[in-house]
Ligand binder design. Structure first.
Ligand code: SAH
Length: 245
């Protein structure tokens, strides 16, 4: 499986730089990361489908400034956060220190971490990141490798539908100016069938899909059956995955 991991080349420097430029405002709930702040409690609740996070080993891939990593650590998980943006990792580290929670933040590609830490994690999360990498299938293979047999993998991303284009790009970036223009590229949005196929090929089993509804006016967020814009998927790694003969 490792031959198909894109270890050295799966980073789009322009994408990372764009997120990095928001570093100082990452934890401002009214700043440009506001939608991530608003989505965070629902995402955390979804990850808790895996059961209590207390004492679990978790890796958060593309952790950014640490919104979800820190929330999971607060629930008692032992969290490693990976990102390729140095400034974001510094912000994440400082915030964790100030909050008195411990998270192990590392500047390392998911694929490299998977080669060195295969099968170590009870829970693997990768939120709002796959639509920003050149080769998302390679990241999904890394997520699968990182999970323990029987472990859980949670991914969120944006669906490639006309409605997602209208809501996530036209609406959020140009009309409401919730996000900086250029944050998202429609062609990089991912259909659930595509994500599911990468996951299946990597040996994961789909457990659930949920739409993530976000109302930018009321800031209300909830899970829905409608996965046409933002969605979450939950995969399991079979118990026997490590026992190939
Ligand atoms: N997962 C976090 C941050 C999402 S923003 C959250 O949902 O709160 C997208 C993040 O992906 C940014 O922090 C960006 O630096 C990171 N990213 C983009 N390309 C990456 C790559 N190839 N490897 C690791 N992180 C990447």
């Amino acid at each position: 499986m490792s031959e198909s991991l894109n270890v050295a080349g799966n980073v789009d420097a322009a994408e990372v730089a764009r997120f990095q430029s928001a570093a100082s405002r990452w934890w401002d709930p009214e700043g440009e990361m506001r939608p991530l702040h608003d989505l965070n409690p629902v995402r955390l609740g979804y990850v808790e489908r895996a059961g209590s996070l207390a004492g679990r080993t978790v890796v958060d891939v593309g952790c950014g400034g640490g919104l979800l990593s820190e929330a999971m650590a607060r629930k008692g998980a032992r969290v490693v956060g990976l990102d390729m943006a140095d400034d974001l990792l510094r912000v994440a580290q400082l915030h964790a220190l100030e909050s008195g929670v411990s998270v192990d933040y590392r500047h390392e590609p998911a694929e490299q971490h998977a080669l060195d830490h295969a099968g170590l994690y009870d829970v693997v999360t990768c939120m709002e990141m796959l639509e920003h990498v050149p080769d998302p299938g390679s990241v999904v293979r890394a997520l699968a490798m990182l999970a323990k047999p029987g472990g859980h993998v949670f991914v969120s991303t944006l669906n490639r539908t006309p409605r997602a284009y209208v809501m996530a790009i036209l609406g959020a970036e140009y009309v409401l100016r919730l996000l900086p223009a250029g944050t998202h590229t429609y062609e990089k949005f991912i259909k659930p069938s595509e994500l599911a196929a990468w996951a299946r090929d990597a040996g994961l089993v789909e457990a659930d899909i949920a739409g993530l509804h976000y109302d930018p006016f009321t800031r209300a967020t909830r899970l829905t059956d409608d996965a046409a814009v933002n969605y979450l998927m939950h995969f399991r790694k079979p118990d026997t995955a490590g026992a190939k003969t």
